[in-house]
Write a protein that binds this ligand. Structure first.
Ligand SMILES: [Zn+2]
Ligand SMILES: [Zn+2]
Length: 377
């Protein structure tokens, strides 16, 4: 097919006539496609869309059994169709503003709005109904439900998140006593268990604003988290009831449960918050020693030996904002996000410099650690 430029020296009217003529020979189009592309002609069995607008109602007859309050629509077209359309638009120098995909989206949104009597939500829909026109079927994409809150952890033997067995990675082996995991439960599993039950879902992901060590308690007003419920069947929840059901487990406490969204997960993960700890030592701190450590403001910390197997080995400079003496063997330390507090005490064989041990010239050990505040608000 010659490029339109061939006709440049013809009269404009003849030019147009020729193009339409070429088009009709090359592409037979239905009424919808002609109208959308701004062309004239007799509606035909459509070479572009395969008369999809006449068949679409068949596809609309589907059921979806999960609860939702709003939705959006997606359309998957066969690459050949997209290519054909692109060719018509280019060959005929059309604006191409109204594409087949756009028209389908707008028709389908309108029809589904009537079918379900639910609102359309472009940004963050509960579900996206994907119309795969090549396979001629509808695939619903049930988006995750996000719930946020703060948690406290009152025990020193459960991790924040589910910790799969490092030998069998969850399958179950003699190392993990055929449980598939390293700890009986976790903050994630206690919270997730209740929410999964009420949302009739099977999988969740737990996003915390950082995490404390397994043997550290999380006190004060708690640590922010968002739990992502994947493929929920129920979205309308009594969060008060869920909260009190979770809190029947005395090992943790959840407060301020609210609906959240994906954007807040990203913010949570990006947040670098100061933290205040209570650090219990194996020895008393004398007045004289305390005078020497209370002005400690900055340390250089190489990745601790105990986490080296899972973290990159590098040196970080970390700030300390305040050191107070809570009682004879307990320090209250407010420091920058990412500072390893246990190593701040011990010095980690010279990897943390200076350390409380190096300043007082004693081998101090941290016998217990509590996070008492996350400074996120
Ligand atoms: Zn068509
Ligand atoms: Zn195992």
């Amino acid at each position: 097919m010659p490029h339109p430029r061939v006709f440049d020296n013809y009269l404009p009217l003849a030019h147009l006539f020729n193009l339409i003529f070429l088009l009709v020979i090359m592409y037979k189009l239905c009424g919808s496609c002609l109208k959308r592309l701004g062309l004239q002609g007799k509606p035909e069995k459509c070479e572009l869309c395969g008369n999809i607008f006449e068949k679409i109602d068949v596809l609309l007859d589907f059921t979806y059994d999960a609860e939702f309050f709003n939705f959006n629509v997606g359309v998957k077209l066969d690459p050949e169709t997209l290519e054909k359309e692109k060719k018509i638009i280019e060959e005929l120098n059309l604006s191409g503003e109204k594409t087949l995909k756009r028209e389908l989206l707008s028709v389908l949104r309108k029809k589904l709005k009537e079918k379900f009597n639910k609102e359309i939500e472009m940004e963050d829909p509960d579900v996206i109904f994907i119309f795969d026109l090549k396979k001629f079927k509808v695939i619903p994409e049930n988006n995750s439900l996000y719930i946020k809150g703060r948690y406290n952890k009152y025990v020193r033997d459960i991790p924040q998140t589910k910790w799969y067995c490092r030998k069998c990675r969850g399958k179950g082996c003699s190392y993990c006593n055929f449980k598939g995991k390293m700890y009986e439960t976790s903050v994630e599993e206690i919270i997730g268990g209740v929410i999964l039950k009420y949302t009739k879902a099977e999988e969740e992901k737990f996003h915390g604003a950082g995490r404390e060590d397994i043997d550290a308690r999380m006190l004060g007003d708690g640590r922010p988290f968002v739990i992502e419920i994947q493929k929920p069947k129920i979205r309308k929840l009594d969060l008060k009831k869920i909260q009190s059901e979770i809190n029947k487990d005395n090992r943790i406490k959840v407060t301020e449960l609210e609906y959240s969204n994906k954007r807040e997960v990203i913010e949570l993960k990006r947040g670098k918050f100061k933290k205040t700890y209570l650090v219990y030592l194996d020895q008393d701190i004398s007045d004289e020693d305390f005078e020497r450590i209370k002005y400690l403001r900055e340390i250089s910390q190489r990745t601790p030996k105990r986490v080296q197997h899972r973290r990159a080995d590098k040196i970080r400079i970390r700030k300390i904002y305040k050191v107070e003496r809570e009682n004879s063997n307990c320090l209250k330390i407010c420091c920058e996000s990412g500072l390893y507090v246990k190593e701040l005490i011990t010095g980690d064989d010279g990897r943390t410099v200076p350390s409380v041990s190096s300043i007082v010239q004693k081998d101090l050990e941290c016998i217990a650690l509590d996070v008492i505040k996350i400074h996120d608000r």
